[in-house]
Design a protein around this ligand. Sequence first.
Ligand SMILES: [Cu+2]
Length: 162
Amino acid sequence: MSTARCAARTAPRRGRRAPGLPAVLCGLLLVLGLLAGCSNSKPTLPAATRSPDASAGAVHTGPDGVQEITLDTGDDYVFTPATFTVAPGRVRITVRNVAKQLTHAFQFTPGTGPAPISERIPVLGPGASGTIEFTVTVPGDYPFECSFHAALGQVGTMTVSG
Ligand SMILES: [Cu+2]
């Protein structure tokens, strides 16, 4: 009895499977599209000049009690990380330009943020790094940018927690 029911159930299903081939084609196209998307998004520059190493990106407190973070930027228009959060207090930011070709810079975007931060790194040639140190007291989001490439989207945000 139950097998009969089962057979009755599967038979119509097979009938409905007629659009199986288009579904498979759809899946194929999707996979191909994803592959194409992946290869398109691959950088044309060597990966070594783009990948941040493990020391980039995390806010930690140095032996002198200052909050420290290292940002990397390479032969692309990206800060890694582009966002990070600190507590009110002293902050030390090191920016490493790991690029082979591009020159970058770092500044808090003038006219933005709850309070101005004037410390900046005006020029960072390929392979150079620079450090700034300042105190933050007002919580909120402080946008920063590479002054050369802000228009290309090389921006980020430091958040000062409340
Ligand atoms: Cu730049």
